[in-house]
Design a protein around this ligand. Sequence first.
Ligand code: ZN
Length: 174
Amino acid sequence: MSILNVARMGNPVLREKARPVERAELLTPVIQKLIDDMIQTMVEYQGIGLAGPQVHEQRRIFVAGVEDGEDPMPLIVVVNPVLTLLGSPTVEDWEGCLSIPDLRGRVPRVPEVELRALDRYGEPMQRTAHGLAARVIQHETDHLNGVLFLDRMQSFDSLTHLNEFSRFWNTEKD
Ligand code: ZN
């Protein structure tokens, strides 16, 4: 496995729409290795989600996992996701992105999603997710459509650098 190079905002690869992955292609060693590398890269950089375009791969694949908190989600590999947005109203909460290092901002998202996709072996998967897990799934699916979390913010008033986030906004500590 290897750690992949993560594209940062400004790289046009983050603004293109990724293409679906056919099952036969998904099962090839090349794509299976890509998935392993995406998982390793996400873990290395302590992310909770990573999408294909972020590692210069225009394919509709993302990996995600939330270990802690109220809405834990085991590591999932998601291929060709179709989201149904559930619940209202939208909830604002903090997001960051490995492609936008050092920034955090509050982003409105629906509180619940139904996800239908293929798993890494091409088998259909379906799950509903709430809270942070639903947020991550929406964020990563956006990446597959060339959308970044900044595009979803209603106001940039909350936009903060990481150091200032820790100083002024992080209520999870203590
Ligand atoms: Zn991101």
